[in-house]
Write a protein of this length. Structure first.
Length: 206
């Protein structure tokens, strides 16, 4: 599968898909943290229709997993909403989220924390936690899905630490808070990358 990981600079999800043999690319306006050549550094809205692969011609995506910025959408920052509405930041974030959701790609997953898109657009199809995928922490993560099944928990473990919320202030705190857990990335690759083409095609044909 040709997989686009939108708004990812960490490479966590991209690496999980490539480990299983998929043609996965991350895309972000920031450079790849791991220096990978399989990263497209530009606005993802410029590549969601397809991409020229190193002289191999123009090819479209089979699957997109998107992590749009949540700074102006997450309910954890509700106390700042009035200011963000006034200066247009929140509306820009909403429009970007919706452009990703409406991308011309057959299978889409959009990931975000609990946010206003649940009321502005629609409720998420699923809410997952890190402790369902091998990480003893809490961080409610919403998934909006198109032609994809719910993620199945792979390794339920003890521990309910809110590590992400307790991070001390730092220059890269926002980046660390947004990085996908490796266990969740692995589940996405194994479940959506391996079984979904067959399952989704059957659903569309029904």
């Amino acid at each position: 599968m040709r997989v686009l990981i939108a708004c990812e600079s960490s490479g966590q999800v991209r690496r999980a898909f490539r480990a299983l043999g998929h043609e996965a690319w991350s895309c972000d306006i920031l450079p790849a943290d791991d220096g990978s050549p399989f990263h497209i550094q530009r606005d993802v809205l410029m590549v969601i229709d397809g991409w020229h692969f190193h002289g191999e011609g123009f090819r479209v995506w089979d699957l997109m997993i998107a992590h749009p910025p949540c700074t102006h959408l997450s309910v954890s920052g509700a106390r700042h909403f009035a200011a963000k509405r006034a200066d247009g930041r929140q509306q820009q974030a909403i429009e970007f989220f919706l452009e990703l959701a409406r991308a011309p790609i057959q299978r889409i997953a959009i990931e975000n924390p609990v946010c206003i898109m649940s009321s502005i657009w629609r409720k998420p199809d699923q809410i997952i936690q890190p402790w369902q995928y091998g990480h003893g922490e809490t961080k409610a993560t919403c998934l909006w899905l198109k032609n994809l099944p719910h993620l199945i928990p792979t390794n339920i473990v003890d521990g309910r630490e809110a590590r992400i919320h307790k991070m001390p202030p730092s220059a890269d705190r926002w980046k660390l808070r947004s990085e996908t857990y490796s266990g969740i990335a692995k589940a996405m690759a194994e479940q959506w990358g391996c079984s979904i083409p067959f399952q989704a095609d059957l659903l569309e044909a029904a």
